[in-house]
Design a protein around this ligand. Structure first.
Ligand SMILES: Cc1ncc(COP(=O)(O)O)c(C=O)c1O
Length: 445
């Protein structure tokens, strides 16, 4: 098919957002978009939820912010109860921040302070994974295996080890899933031994990789084996659930499905559903007790830590998630979402893989289905898909560089937990039309 890019809007010509209602967003020209990805997997209740708006208004009538060294608040206490009741034991301590990056920074610092408090002053190194994203502040970026976002800052990023990502579609080693997870755990162990176990503070990973890998769940048994290696060498496990957590994968904690408990967990995006920026780091009482015994308190936090209005908004979001059993809904509707995607785009030659966990899906695009070869990165397929799907009235989250930091195109779908069946149909339909157009643009349809 011939190349036709004439009607593709340039990526810089962004529409101006006007308002949102449920699963829909409207721009200033009145054009309607269905939100198929919640931006980057954020808007778990959709937009302008009346109860969340009312909770924000009520709180604002009282006070926006009570500073953390002077006050605690009902919204903070309520939010903590809601998180702990959904996350289960092991998360007795919570520190609230304003973003996922700040949550990761806090997690890294808590891990370091824990070892410091025990007298393990050499445990300062982190092990992370290739194709990972943990945030854009310097510490979070230092542990992110994301070449495009690191390159200008490399010289200022602290050293970090990057081991292979658990990718069943593009495995780091041949063999069964069991052999792959054995290989990955052995690679992890070797890296700890290479660094010297006494020098390693923590292993940080996304239980289900988001933007860096294009929605990649790990094979069964992976997290357990990595946990065992951590235990063997006194290395803390940090689960970065900023994108995959708070119910997105059909359990409140993504790692719950692997029956693995991390020592420290970060959450953000779906925690407050995007109404007011909020992130959190959750950790065990044992970690807190160790730190408190030596230092008196965790030595991290910011002016807006525990921001009252943000906590009120997130508590309203989580109250609705609990009351309407939305995590259960995500779990039970997940197979139907997969079926919708398979039926709508599964027949397209360029769709190599459709992977779904809860309401988190990745559609990987390939130039050749048989050998899983990626499209030439110069085609900028991701940008074309973004433009074409927007044109069709669909917000999705196309990500690139998912294979090696340069090549690899995946479209992430992450609908609101309360999206109706008809809305899920519309997302799948519009994705099909947008993909067909984008592939025609590059002569691959
Ligand atoms: C897994 C993960 N960790 C951390 C972050 C950073 O969060 P934020 O952009 O809120 O700082 C992101 C953002 O996409 C993420 O996906």
């Amino acid at each position: 098919m011939s190349k036709n890019t004439r009607s593709i809007p340039a990526p810089t010509q962004l529409p101006k957002v006007s308002h949102g209602v449920g699963s829909y967003v409207f721009d200033s020209t009145g054009k309607r978009y269905i939100d198929g990805s919640g931006g980057p997997a954020v808007y778990c209740l959709g937009h302008a939820h009346p109860e969340v708006k009312a909770a924000i208004r009520d709180q604002l009538e009282r006070i926006a912010h009570g500073y953390r060294y002077t006050f605690t608040s009902d919204p903070l206490i309520r939010l903590t109860e809601l998180i702990q009741s959904q996350a289960g034991p092991g998360f007795e301590q919570l520190l609230y921040v304003s973003s996922g990056s700040e949550a990761v920074e806090s997690a890294l610092k808590i891990a370091l302070q824990f070892h410091w408090a025990r007298g393990d002053h050499t445990r300062t190194r982190f092990v992370s994974r290739q194709r990972s994203y943990h945030g854009n502040t310097l510490g979070a970026l230092a542990v992110s295996g994301f070449a495009q976002r690191r390159k200008q800052f490399e010289g200022s990023l602290f050293p970090c080890s990057f081991i292979s990502t658990a990718n069943a579609y593009r495995p780091a080693a041949a063999g069964t899933a069991d052999e792959l997870t054995d290989f990955l755990a052995a690679e992890f162990e070797q890296e700890i031994l290479r660094l010297g176990a006494d020098n390693v503070a923590a292993f940080i990973f996304e239980p289900v990789v988001g933007a860096a890998g294009g929605m990649l769940p790990a094979p069964d048994g992976y997290a357990r084996k990595m946990r065992d290696v951590c235990n063997r060498y006194g290395v803390l496990m940090i689960a970065d659930e900023v994108m995959c957590g708070a119910g997105r994968c059909g359990s409140w904690r993504a790692l719950e499905q692997d029956q693995v408990l991390p020592d420290i967990m970060t959450i953000a995006k779906g925690l407050g559903g995007g109404y007011i920026p909020l992130g959190a780091v959750a950790y065990s009482q044992q970690i807190a007790d160790t730190i408190i015994a030596t230092d008196g308190a965790v030595n991290t936090g910011h002016t807006f830590t525990g921001h009252t209005l943000a906590c009120a908004a997130a508590a309203a979001v989580q109250d609705i998630v609990v009351r309407d059993q939305l995590v259960q809904r995500v779990k039970t509707h997940s197979a139907a979402l997969q079926k919708r995607l398979v039926n709508s785009v599964g027949q397209i030659d360029a769709v190599g893989d459709i992977r779904v966990r809860g309401f988190f899906a990745g559609v990987e695009l390939v130039a050749d289905r048989d050998n899983r070869r990626a499209f030439d990165l110069n085609l900028k397929l991701t940008e074309i898909v973004r433009a074409r799907t927007l044109q069709e009235g669909l917000i999705c989250y196309p990500v690139s560089g998912t294979i090696d930091g340069a090549q690899g195109d995946v479209v992430i779908i992450a609908p609101p937990y309360n999206a109706s069946d008809a809305e899920l149909d519309e997302i799948a339909d519009k994705l099909n039309r947008g993909l067909q157009l984008a592939l025609a643009d590059i002569g691959a349809a």
